[in-house]
Design a protein around this ligand. Sequence first.
Ligand SMILES: C[S@@+](CC[C@H](N)C(=O)[O-])C[C@H]1O[C@@H](n2cnc3c(N)ncnc32)[C@H](O)[C@@H]1O
Length: 316
Amino acid sequence: MWSARVEPELDSFYRGATLVQDYRPWAVQLQAQGHTVHTSDASFEGFDEVWVFPGRQKQAVLRQIARGLLAASSEGTVRITLHNRGGASRYEKTLRKLCPDLQSTSKHKCRVMTVRRSDVQDEALLHQWVEDGAPRFLEELDAWTQPGAFSWDRFDKGSQVLREALPVDQLKGTVVDLGAGLGLLSRPLAGRSKVRRLHLVEADHRALNACRRNVEAWGHPELQATFHWLDVTTEPLPIKSADVVVMNPPFHEGDKASPAIGQAFIRAAAGVLRTKGQLWMVANARLPYERVLEDHFFKVRKVSESRGFKVLVAYK
Ligand SMILES: C[S@@+](CC[C@H](N)C(=O)[O-])C[C@H]1O[C@@H](n2cnc3c(N)ncnc32)[C@H](O)[C@@H]1O
């Protein structure tokens, strides 16, 4: 079951199934229901029935579908469920290039496409889709990345604004990057010998894998870097007495904008910092973070505002 999420109606069906989920908040919810969850790093083959609930981003979706097909036995069947708003009819057209005979049904604004493994007509295209969505080094970013990860092919504008404002020369000791993505915010810090420890915390396992490769390449030889696959909003962070936190917190949960996620990130940052430790964060200028910062920090200051983003520093 690719990209499985907690669904009460599917719970009994999930029992005994192999569940794959790279997004930690959903993996944790499945684990809480007693399921074992695998990340997509593992290899899967020989399944009679495979269900795929693809996410977003074209190369990532096609890779999930292709890996689902490769996980099926030669007699196996793969069912792919896509929401109409997620481009179901467009993906059906694309999938027909691989399996002209696929069956498709629509209900509840979703489409379920059923493909028998033996109906795949173009094995080369199948492998091409796996390759197109695989981890890769992108020259433009000068970093490892993977389609589907946050801002996978460009440096996010908000993160750029924060990086320009960070007093890199003054930051030292133990640094924590919450929602680290590919690690691009931490890049200038990883190379500085005054930064001794770096904790990179990220919910998307694909992004965290890329981040590990990046920080291992960028870090100075004595840097102790630790990579945590964790949900910052619900799980305790195994980090204490940090000197600095940097973050560009997410403000969307699925399709919905929600400042609650950023507010939870702020509480998590306050929880890992030592007294007088500093939080450096960037946010969309309209988002209401000041009150929660003032509740958890001794002093809060707006450092800059540009291109629709504000940079805030808060002292514990
Ligand atoms: C706005 S992006 C910033 C990424 C990176 N720091 C950068 O500057 O390019 C926010 C990151 O938080 C991650 N994220 C979202 N929800 C999370 C959660 N609950 N716990 C940990 N990380 C989360 C996302 O996957 C994404 O990589």
